[in-house]
Design a protein around this ligand. Sequence first.
Ligand code: AMP
Ligand code: ZN
Length: 463
Amino acid sequence: MILYNTLTRQKEELKPLEDGKVKIYTCGLTVYSQPHIGNWVSYIYWDVLVRALQAEGYDVERTQNITDVGHLTSDDDSGEDKLEKGAKREGVTAWQVADKYIKIANEEAEMLGLLKPTHLPRATAYIDQQITFVKDLESKGFTYVIPGDGVYFDTNKLKDYGKLARLDIEGLKPGARVPIDGKRNITDFAVWKFSHKGEKRDMEWESPWGTGFPGWHLECSVLARELLGDQIDIHTGGVDHIPVHHTNEIAQTESVTGKQFSQIWVHNNFLKVDGQKMAKSLGNIYTLQDILDKGYSLDAFKLLILSKHYQTEGNFTWDILEAAQNRLNNWQAAADLRYQLAGHPELVSGSGNSHNEILKQVQNDILTALSDDLDTPKAIALIDQYFSKGAPSEGTLATIRDLLGIDLLASEDISEEQKKFIADRQAAREAKDWAKSDELRDKLKEQGIEVRDTDNSPIWSRI
Ligand code: AMP
Ligand code: ZN
């Protein structure tokens, strides 16, 4: 597997720390509101990454966190905790908001057919470990307290701070606005925030420094270490995480362990809508439900995402989704041909004598594309090519399901009654009974089946 490593700014071959095993950490959702389609982009790409690694024979262990506390509305450690904000909006507690959106997020991940991470921990289930981690940072001299505000990480104490983002630390200083009084350096960040005096938060814990809650970056350092160890192979996330969140995860972890945190850092680019950033003010924040409500399938959405490389900025429009749905429908129609060509194995590519060779070739070609920095657009173009050559075999369809998470095998054969309608319609056509033939065609259409006449025999497909 070759991946573009943000840390080194070049494509690199994955060389796992442990033979045959790949440890991955994925930054998870902040569960304070309904996830939007942009949030799912990350998880769709990293799902394919895991599938490709498994196909290469690796045992993949992946941790994905659930941020249910500490993510403030601003990256500079000011603003409100998003969970508390969500609680106010919905008139419930922060705990209830978290529970509600964790359930929704899990349901949506399942609807998208994403593989479950090995570990899916909530940040709030690891508060003791986060406090211990801060104590460790403190004993190593990396922290200072800003009274009434929190415990901060002194980024000046780490000589390679900002290496991931190649931050120009000196350049950041002149005229920079330091939003928190008492911060020693503009890049310093909170590892523990105090509850405001006189305020009772839904989520707060005792700590040696005062009652409060963990800084947002802390959970990922702690959960990765607790569940995967001091060092991991791949860390994934959106490009927005490079300058602050991932930079600070590296700072914390490497200060505590003294070892390189992740070998490879991969980042997906952002999805825009109609070429614009998603924003409430533009009313262009869509959810998976919006896609379903308009009659499109979530596999079509996945195809829309995967037909662009993860490093390329994506664009969502209803027209592009329509095109993706058409492509998916063509794939499904090709897949459904296998029911109709049961008596003609010679027409199924990848069947008969050459079955194994063709299947191996298909698997090999798709996996080769994915192993080259997750080239999903190439994988999709290859599938288009195979399908244009004839009906795919079940083996090919299983490969597509296993590697891309798009299951064309799930659709069943038509019913015996529908088969009879098609045969009766054919007989009616031969008898030039057009009225009856049309009537049967309409009946099938009502049931979502379209019949097309070919030189040999009628072919059906799903509408
Ligand atoms: P959050 O729930 O805010 O922590 O975000 C969850 C994930 O969604 C993060 O990895 C973000 O990078 C990602 N994300 C948010 N908006 C977009 C977008 N428009 N396109 C792609 N990824 C996004
Ligand atoms: Zn993270």
